[in-house]
Design a protein around this ligand. Structure first.
Ligand SMILES: C[S@@+](CC[C@H](N)C(=O)[O-])C[C@H]1O[C@@H](n2cnc3c(N)ncnc32)[C@H](O)[C@@H]1O
Length: 213
C-alpha cells in the first residue's frame, strides 16, 4: 500500500540527480528552481524534522546544513544507499508515508519534496491523520509537490506536455496521484490544520499546514 512506485525509484536512483539538475528535457520544468526551492523548505523546517521520501537526500543535506536534526524515511533501497553516502549525518530509515519506525523524539516539522503524490486520496488522508498525532502542538507539515490548481490547469499542463512531445510526462500527469489544490486543502482542514499554498514553478507548490495548539 502506497509504495507501488518503489521499483521505478530503485531503477531511477543512479541517474536521479541528473534529472533534477535539468538534464532530462521532459522533466526540466517540473524541477525548475529545484535547489532554491529545497533550500526554502529547509529554511522553514523546525528541528527535529521528519522527512518522507528522501530520495538521494538533496533536501536532507540542506536541512543538515541549517544545523537541524532530521530523521529521513525512504522506501527504495537504491535511493537509501545513495542518501546514506551523501548525507551520513542524517538518520535514514526504511519506511514510507504510512509505515515508518517509531521515533522517540518529538517532531516539530514533517517535510517532503516531490513525493506525497505517490499516495492515492485515501492514503493521503490516512497520512495526514497520522501526522496530526506525530507533530508537537503548533508543529507544521511542509511539503513541496506537484499539484493542479484546478481541472482546467491540469488539462493545460497535459496538453502542453503532449505538444512538446513529452509523452512520458503527459502520461505521468494523468496516472500519478497529483491532487487538486482544493482537495488537498480540504484533507488538511478536516484534520484541524491551517493550510496555505504558494506556487513555486509551473508544477510545484509549497504546501504549509500548521497544527493547532
Ligand atoms: C521524485 S523522488 C523525490 C526525492 C527527494 N525528496 C527530492 O526532492 O529530490 C520521490 C521519492 O519518493 C519515494 N517514494 C515513493 N513512494 C513513497 C511512499 N509511499 N512513501 C514515501 N516515499 C515514497 C521514492 O522512492 C523517491 O525516493
Amino acid at each position: 500500500m502506497g509504495i507501488e512506485f518503489v521499483d521505478l525509484f530503485d531503477q531511477w536512483a543512479s541517474t536521479y540527480d541528473e534529472t533534477v539538475a535539468g538534464n532530462d528535457p521532459e522533466y526540466r520544468e517540473v524541477f525548475s528552481g529545484y535547489d532554491e526551492i529545497l533550500g526554502k523548505l529547509a529554511g522553514l523546517a523546525q528541528s527535529p524534522v521528519m522527512e518522507f521520501g528522501v530520495g538521494t537526500a538533496n533536501l536532507t543535506r540542506k536541512i543538515i546544513q541549517h544545523n537541524k536534526v532530521v530523521f529521513g524515511i525512504e522506501p527504495s533501497r537504491e535511493m537509501r544507499k545513495i542518501a546514506k553516502i551523501k548525507c551520513p549525518e542524517a538518520g535514514i530509515y526504511e519506511g514510507d508515508f504510512l509505515n515508518y519506525p517509531t521515533l522517540v523524539a518529538p517532531i516539530r516539522s514533517i517535510v517532503s519534496s516531490f513525493a506525497f503524490h505517490h499516495l492515492n486520496s485515501e492514503e493521503k488522508k490516512e497520512a495526514i491523520r497520522n501526522y496530526k498525532e506525530l507533530l508537537e502542538p503548533e508543529g507544521e507539515v511542509i511539503f513541496i509537490d506537484t499539484l493542479f490548481k484546478d481541472e482546467s490547469y491540469k488539462h493545460t499542463l497535459i496538453k502542453n506536455a503532449e505538444e512538446q512531445g513529452y509523452s512520458k510526462l503527459a502520461q505521468d500527469l494523468q496516472e500519478e496521484y497529483y491532487p487538486y489544490l482544493e482537495d488537498l486543502k480540504e484533507m488538511f482542514v478536516k484534520e484541524g490544520f491551517e493550510v496555505s499554498f504558494q506556487q513555486l514553478n509551473k508544477y510545484a507548490w509549497l504546501i504549509r499546514a500548521k497544527k493547532g495548539e
